[in-house]
Design a protein around this ligand. Structure first.
Ligand SMILES: C[S@@+](CC[C@H](N)C(=O)[O-])C[C@H]1O[C@@H](n2cnc3c(N)ncnc32)[C@H](O)[C@@H]1O
Length: 245
């Protein structure tokens, strides 16, 4: 991480700027480029998390962006959606304006690597398509562990790479050649949709991520591969009793 005076590194600033530049088109592009599968993936997060949530649960949706997962979760819990990109949060706020959900979702501007919340604040932490964008996955996961109450749940939804031979080739072709072009046409920006395939390819595979989650101290880790392995959904728990080291 290349540090600087305000504690936010150059890489993080670039990521923030990049999302700011596409905030107004982000939802539309998500729907188009995923053929609306993104909605189904987020609904699955809620379904998987629900049985573990106490009544009156408070959930932190990290890297919430324009708040799609936060909104999905808010039917079942009170949610804080946290992101460091102001324009993405503004789009999210617009979506709940004048809706009854406004009372159940609060958006907070903050850095996932230095969360502005005390330890043991949340019953669950979710992060959808956000971990890959953190410049230090381990620090991000440590922060998630810190703000979870003992026994709290972590759910990570993230891109993965399919392993089924022909499907894998087809997907990589789409990811490398089609998606950046469509993204560029509709957002008017070259960078963000060229960054997406690169970041997906560089992100650890599901097994490696699972090991990392365990190393941080989470237990009961499990993951499922969705849509032929394009996406993986990881579920883990902060132990109810944390061993003293
Ligand atoms: C691909 S978007 C995902 C948004 C949303 N979760 C979704 O499912 O559509 C990634 C988001 O992560 C945010 N992000 C990246 N690094 C971050 C950090 N260090 N702290 C907070 N937010 C961050 C970006 O601003 C962006 O809104």
């Amino acid at each position: 991480m290349s540090g600087c005076a305000d504690g936010v590194s150059k890489e993080s600033r670039q990521i923030k700027r990049m999302f700011a530049s596409i905030a107004h088109r982000y939802d539309l592009l998500n729907r188009l480029l995923s053929f609306s599968l993104d909605r189904r993936w987020r609904r699955l997060v809620v379904q998987r998390l629900l049985p573990s949530l106490p009544s009156k649960a408070v959930v932190l949706d990290l890297c919430t962006g324009t708040g799609d997962l936060a909104l999905e979760l808010s039917h079942k819990a009170r949610v804080i959606g946290c992101d460091f990109c102001h324009p993405m949060l503004i789009v999210g706020k617009e979506k709940i304006k004048n809706s009854e959900l406004a009372a159940r979702v609060r958006f907070v501007e903050g850095d996932a690597l230095q969360l502005p919340f005390p330890p043991r604040s949340f019953d669950a932490v979710t992060i959808a398509f956000g971990l890959r964008n953190l410049e230090d996955y381990t620090s991000g996961l440590r922060e998630m562990f810190r703000v979870l109450r003992p026994g709290g749940m972590l759910v990570i939804l993230e891109f993965s790479q399919p392993q089924i031979p022909v499907f894998k080739q087809f997907y990589l072709f789409y990811l490398t050649w089609i998606l950046p072009k469509v993204g560029q046409c509709l957002s008017g920006k070259v960078g963000p949709y060229a960054y997406l395939p690169q970041s997906v390819k560089e992100f650890p595979d599901s097994e490696t991520l699972e090991r990392l989650i365990q190393q941080i101290g989470f237990t009961g880790g499990e993951y499922s591969l969705l849509t032929g392995g394009i996406v993986s959904l990881h579920l883990a728990q902060k132990p109810a009793i944390i061993p003293v080291k």
